[in-house]
Design a protein around this ligand. Structure first.
Ligand code: NAD
Ligand code: DAU
Length: 340
């Protein structure tokens, strides 16, 4: 079944105060001023209402609450015609240290939303990750596509894999109008300082040597969060119901290459970093083949110059010290407790 021409009037964006959710809310507010957005966010350590500051109050409304709260969903879901589900516990290192919140939010929370979306016949788009497919060898020419087998490695990726399966089950069994997208590593403004790129930028700004896990050979497939937003919009409005689309921008880079680029762009010696203990079960390489999305929906990324995107991201963290500074000390304390 096709959802050709679906034009949402009122989107419920779960996790809209997090990194990718907030960038999507900003994207919709800028490009589709006639679409109303309700952000549902629990404001965990990763959620920050400042991420959606400055947007018109007549268009964007914040509801602080938990996606696991069925009675809250009963109140807000009926007024919406689409749910774009970003809310999650999103950080692998945290999931290794304490998996429980990941199962609760990513699995139970997704199930609660699916129940509400079904009951009120609301179009559902599920934001997922390439990590559900496990990893690839460094020298393997293969990339993930929509037919790759599920082989998640960490508690985080296992919980996201479970949530994908729930979405498919609700689509097939109860007729939910849903799509799924699995995207590669995002970077850009408003990303929490626990993640690789912001952690290194903000450490350098504080005069602390950045930290590379293991051998640094692990490869991630980087995409600017703005390109993720445009892909999600295309899938939401023109994607085929029941389908999964992989989102990627052909941005494979080793961690050590990204680390050296950050150091160089910030005027430091390229070897001015420390090697630290590796992440247990560390996925070696992610790589996305996004041909289906490009061919079927005509989407293509525009922010494909990674060095320019990284330079702009560094400039954003330099200009927005007051945004990240309050979270930095607690984040580094958590890393110290984990030996990283
Ligand atoms: P994030 O950690 O920056 O933001 C998550 C948001 O969800 C926060 O605002 C948080 O407060 C909110 N949240 C957490 N638990 C909640 C709950 N129980 N109820 C309501 N709100 C809750 O995460 P992100 O990096 O923006 O990732 C967003 C989504 O995109 C996730 O589903 C993640 O799996 C997926 N994803 C992320 C990437 C990436 O590179 N960061 C890549 C592909 C997919
Ligand atoms: O692939 C999509 C996934 O990308 C998303 O599903 C996750 O939500 C998102 O967090 C991200 O997962 P990663 O584990 O790849 O991202 P992270 O930023 O934690 O780490 C990127 C790489 O950098 C990874 O190989 C680990 C390494 N790393 C990370 C940190 C924080 C370091 O070498 N040093 C560090 O300090």
């Amino acid at each position: 079944m096709s959802e050709q021409g679906f034009k949402p009037k009122h989107i419920l964006a779960t996790g809209g105060c997090g990194f990718i959710g907030a960038n999507f809310v900003r994207y919709v507010a800028r490009n589709h001023p006639d679409v109303h957005i309700t952000v549902l966010d629990k404001l965990t350590y990763a959620g920050n209402p400042a991420n959606i500051d400055g947007l018109p109050q007549s268009q964007v409304e914040l509801v602080i609450g938990d996606i696991c709260d069925a009675s809250l969903l009963e109140r807000i879901v009926p007024g919406c015609d689409a749910i774009v589900h970003f809310a999650a516990e999103s950080h692998n290192d945290n999931s290794i240290f304490d998996p429980e919140p990941f199962i609760r939010t990513n699995v139970e929370g997704t199930m609660r939303l699916l129940e509400a979306a079904c009951k009120y016949d609301v179009r559902f788009h599920h934001i997922s990750t390439d990590e559900v497919y496990g990893d690839l060898a460094l020298d393997d020419p293969a990339r993930f596509d929509e037919n790759s087998p599920y082989r998640p490695s960490s508690p985080y990726s296992a919980s996201k894999a479970a949530s994908d399966h729930l979405v498919r089950a609700w689509t097939r069994t109860y007729g939910l109008r849903a799509t799924i997208s699995n995207c590669s590593n995002n970077y850009g403004p408003y990303q929490h300082v626990e993640k690789f790129i912001p952690r290194q930028i903000t450490s350098i700004m504080e005069g602390v040597r950045p930290k590379l896990y293991g051998t640094g050979e692990n490869v991630r497939d980087w995409i600017h969060t703005e390109d993720h937003s445009s892909a999600v919009w295309e899938i939401l409005t023109r994607g085929r119901i029941g389908e999964t689309y992989l989102i990627g921008a052909d941005g494979e880079m080793s961690n050590i290459a990204v680390m050296r680029m950050i150091l160089r762009l910030m005027g430091c010696a390229e070897d001015a970093f420390d090697w630290v203990r590796d992440r247990p079960g560390h996925d070696r390489r992610y790589a996305i083949d996004s041909s289906k999305l490009r061919t079927e929906l005509g989407w293509k990324p525009v922010r494909t110059d990674f060095e320019a995107g990284l330079q702009a991201t560094i400039a954003w963290y330099v200009a927005n010290r007051a945004w990240w500074e309050p979270a930095k000390a607690a984040t580094e304390a958590r890393y110290r407790a984990q030996g990283q």
